[in-house]
Design a protein around this ligand. Structure first.
Ligand code: PLP
Length: 391
């Protein structure tokens, strides 16, 4: 049965070329890239080609790319690297809307005695850069601010943020897991020391990611063991997935230009259609600086989970602002930080598109949603509130 997959910020379909590229390494070419023999050695060279593709995606040097197991590992490694390589610095700055891979890591560091500043955002999900400047002290070792938010799609002015952080002498890391492959990134223009990207958000398989570390930055490995990744990340390489990731980066580089314009057109058609046909709906987040594939829409007085269940009956996949990353029913920390009212957080749905999204997919959602919202409002305990508000 056809699946209308609009949950690409959660994970993506593996691109055909990426899958084809990895298969030989799961069948015949199973050697260990660290081995001395030719059988293993040829695989080492393929990993280096994948590294070149990953570097090219963000305009970095291949030697600045460390392959890791996931975006979470890249994020943890980045913050930990700063804390270990400059142990005298005890202050971390991040934002309230980071992914748990950064947010919870920083909360853990706070419990271990570091001082952590969690910068607020405004109602459109934007940071106030004066607050960043004011928060920085001589003790600030690392600032970690995401490139684009996974829930709202809001893009932060990362060049400007990095410049502020570097002018104060701290290290800067950006979690670009949602930005990479969706918008062009030129790391040469961003004075960042570290940047995380993840394969499964850009049509590579799960279980592979990368951390960019500027060649002039100090680096202490987080995973310690063998000499893989030039001693910067131990563990036998996930060869097949790294090769697929390289292929996906190559494809993404060709798609972040005009291709993402068509993704944006589809997203805009979806968003405008829903706002027009579903009363009491609103977009969450800045619509100016936003990923081209993401629409986070609140349908007041309805439960997001109920919407998802009804969409699921038509094989339409999206996600809600309360189940979000943790699989719990905690309201989204991102929407809460933006001050979105309770009734709107609970009725929020995130639609995230990809280059595989079609016009037919959008047509189906636009056809089904008005009826779903109308039905649910009749049933919802908030239904009475809705009727009163619209009387
Ligand atoms: N950072 C952001 C912004 C994300 O959206 C995600 C995943 O949703 C991660 C980090 C974690 O990436 P991974 O799933 O590869 O660990």
């Amino acid at each position: 049965m056809r699946v209308v997959y609009l949950d690409n910020n959660a994970t993506t379909r593996v691109a055909d070329k990426a899958r084809e590229a990895m298969l030989p390494y799961l069948i015949d070419l199973y050697g260990n890239p660290s081995s001395m023999h030719t059988f293993g050695g040829q695989i080492h060279r393929k990993i280096e080609t994948a590294r070149e593709h990953a570097a090219a995606l963000i305009n970095a040097e291949p030697g600045e790319i460390i392959f890791t197991s996931c975006g979470t590992e890249s994020d943890n490694t980045a913050v930990m690297n700063a804390l270990t390589s400059r142990p005298e610095k005890r202050h971390i700055i991040t934002s309230r809307v980071e992914h748990p891979a950064v947010l919870n890591f920083c909360k853990t560091m706070a419990r271990r005695g570091y001082r952590v500043t969690f910068l607020p955002v405004d109602k459109l999900g934007r940071l106030n850069l004066d607050e960043l400047k004011a928060a920085m002290t001589d003790d600030t070792g690392i600032v970690s601010i995401m490139y684009a938010n996974n829930e709202s799609g809001v893009i932060f002015p990362i060049e400007e943020i990095a410049a502020i952080v570097k002018s104060k002498g701290a290290l800067f890391h950006t979690d670009a897991v949602q930005a990479a492959g969706k918008i062009p990134i030129d790391i040469k223009k961003i004075p960042a020391d570290m940047m995380s990207i993840s394969g499964h958000k850009m049509h590579a398989p799960k279980g592979v990611a990368a951390l960019y570390v500027k060649k002039t930055a100090r680096f202490s490995p987080y995973i310690i063991g063998g000499h893989q990744e030039r001693g910067r990340r131990a563990g036998t390489e996930n060869v097949a997935s790294i090769i697929a990731f390289g292929e996906a980066c190559k494809l993404a580089k060709n798609h972040t230009g005009p291709e993402s314009t068509s993704v944006k057109d589809l997203r805009d058609r979806l968003e405008q259609g829903l706002l027009r046909t579903c009363p009491q709906s609103r977009v969450n987040g800045d619509t100016e600086d936003r990923l081209p594939n993401t629409a986070n829409i609140s349908f007041e007085y309805v439960e997001g989970e109920a919407i998802l269940l009804r969409l699921n009956e038509f094989n339409i996949c999206a996600s809600s602002g309360s189940a979000c990353t943790s699989g719990s029913l905690e309201p989204s920390h991102v929407l809460r930080a933006m001050g979105v009212p309770f009734t709107a957080i609970h009725g929020s749905v995130r639609f995230s598109l990809s280059r595989y999204t079609t016009d037919d997919d959008i047509d189906l959602v636009l056809k089904k949603m008005p009826e779903i919202i109308k039905d649910l409002r009749e049933l919802s305990p908030y239904g009475r509130e809705f009727k009163e508000a619209n009387h």
